[in-house]
Design a protein around this ligand. Sequence first.
Ligand code: 1HN
Length: 349
Amino acid sequence: MNIAVADKDVAATRQKFYDRLSPRAMAPLWEVLKGLVPEQPKSKFAAHLWKFAEARPLLMEAGDLLTAEEAERRVLVLENPAMPGASRITATMYAGYQLIMPGEIAPAHRHTASALRMVLEGNGGYTAVAGEKTEMQRGDLVITPAMSWHDHGQENHKPVIWVDGLDLHMVNFYEAAFMDHFNDKSQILSKPVGYSEAEFGSGFAPMQHRRPFGPTSPIFNYRYANARPALLQVASAGEPDANLGHALRYINPQDGGWAMPTIATWLTYLPKGFETKPIRSTDGQAIVVLEGEVTFEIDGKTFSASESDVASVPSWMWKKMRASKDAIIFTMSDRAAQEKLGIYREERK
Ligand code: 1HN
């Protein structure tokens, strides 16, 4: 018998065996092992840039099509082009551009997924979280912890637009998602504006230790009016990290860790002309340009980003950034979750 025939016999014999396994809900590991445990990450998602100049008119059109109340949340989901229909910007993150028109309310609800908003056009719109309202201005990072009631609105005469980031795919992966709707459009307010910032965000904490939102930061508006000057002052007196630029993390003041348990958030200042050295990491990132202009080189592709554009940087793709104008960018990623699970890795050139 020649070798080819022998191989065919072996393959057929094995297949016959496999055919007896599948009706019993079993399968041979050796046929799938390499795919289950790759030698290194190979993301199924694409590096991509969403241009705000294209998104904004479409978002305003959506504003004419339906109300925020009808929609519950009027959002244009940022769909990773490699995975249309998945509502994912990266493997684990959901992101979208959300619009609230003057006088509208996006009704109160709560869910297991944690959310953040990076405000693009604040115009004094508000988010209420767990009984407290906060006004939204461009660059503010507003957090809604897991299972906290939240509603949004605009009492001013201009639209409000922000980028949402949610960990909902992580929650859904664990099949751990719950959601409730409040019995009114707006939740009942029990605290004055600025309360949580005063209590936890001023270098103070209550004498009696408490964690009102468990592992999530009790500050729910990290205001750009504080963050921007801090970032620039730190940058003015120090050297930028060669791979990261001047970067500062948003922290939970209760433990110094990331502000959210699943989503890592940080701000980066890239001075005009500065170019980062390549870095790759296992977290999937979404980057919002707040100021200036940045050229991203991700996985060998070049993207020119300006204000309010959003980029996706999937896991383990080399990334380089260069600022053609002084730039401040906001990054969110699943790094916070990966670090807790002990799987985060990065490599620098
Ligand atoms: C959500 O609650 C908001 O509160 C935005 O603004 C987007 C996407 C999926 C599930 C819940 C919000 C969301 C969301």
